[in-house]
Design a protein around this ligand. Structure first.
Ligand code: ZN
Length: 95
C-alpha cells in the first residue's frame, strides 16, 4: 500500500481519495499532521466508499479503480453471497 495523502485533512466536501482495485480496503488514519494520533483503521468499500475517522474527523473516499462489474440484472436471485471480508475467500478447511 502506498502512503495516503497526508498533506491535508479530508473533508466531506473534499475527501482524501483512495484508489482501490478491490471492492474493499482498509486504511489507517494517523491524523493531520501525520502521526498526530494513534492509527485508526477504517474500512471503505465500493458500496460504502466514504468513511470518517472518529479521532480527527478526516474523511476518506474510496475510488474504485477495478473492472466494472458485469450487470446480471437482479443478482440477488441466483443465491451468490457477496464476500464480506478476505476471510470469506479462505476455504473453511484452511482456517
Ligand atoms: Zn484520524
Amino acid at each position: 500500500m502506498k502512503p495516503l495523502d497526508a498533506s491535508r485533512r479530508g473533508t466531506l466536501d473534499n475527501p482524501i481519495v483512495v484508489r482501490s482495485l478491490g471492492k474493499e480496503r482498509y486504511l489507517g488514519c494517523t491524523g493531520y499532521p501525520a502521526d498526530s494520533h494513534n492509527t485508526i483503521w477504517l474500512t471503505v468499500s465500493k458500496d460504502r466508499p466514504v468513511e470518517r475517522c472518529p479521532e480527527c474527523g478526516g474523511v476518506y473516499k474510496m475510488e474504485y479503480a477495478g473492472a466494472e462489474e458485469e450487470h446480471h440484472g437482479h443478482d440477488d436471485h441466483h443465491g451468490y453471497v457477496e464476500p464480506k471480508s478476505m476471510a470469506d475467500f479462505v476455504r473453511p478447511e484452511y482456517r
